[in-house]
Design a protein around this ligand. Structure first.
Ligand SMILES: [Zn+2]
Length: 96
């Protein structure tokens, strides 16, 4: 990935988050058919895992979570797109 996330070597966290989110969706859809406590635990674990993997995308300089900053401070409908276009850290402004 040739963006800030890729240059900081954290693309794998996005892939883990995406994979966990897909597994969470599958688990939640299974819950509509099978009422199982085990599957509901799995759905929660995958959802939490996706969230944690995404939130741990950090700036290598200031060590703050850039993804969390974007979720907190941007408009809901465009934060995700603008997150992929960043060229420097929105918190400390350092560039890679
Ligand atoms: Zn920073």
């Amino acid at each position: 990935m040739n963006n800030w996330i890729g240059r900081t070597g954290q693309s794998w966290k996005l892939w883990v988050a995406l994979f966990m989110a897909i597994l969470a969706c599958i688990s939640f859809s299974l819950l509509t058919r099978i009422n199982s406590l085990y599957i509901s635990y799995l759905a929660m674990v995958f959802s939490l895992g996706a969230f944690i993997a995404f939130v741990t995308i950090r700036c290598p300089f200031c060590k703050k979570s850039v993804s969390w900053f974007y979720m907190k401070n941007r408009l809901f409908n465009n934060w995700f797109q603008s997150f992929f276009r960043i060229s420097n850290c929105p918190i400390c402004s350092r560039k890679i």
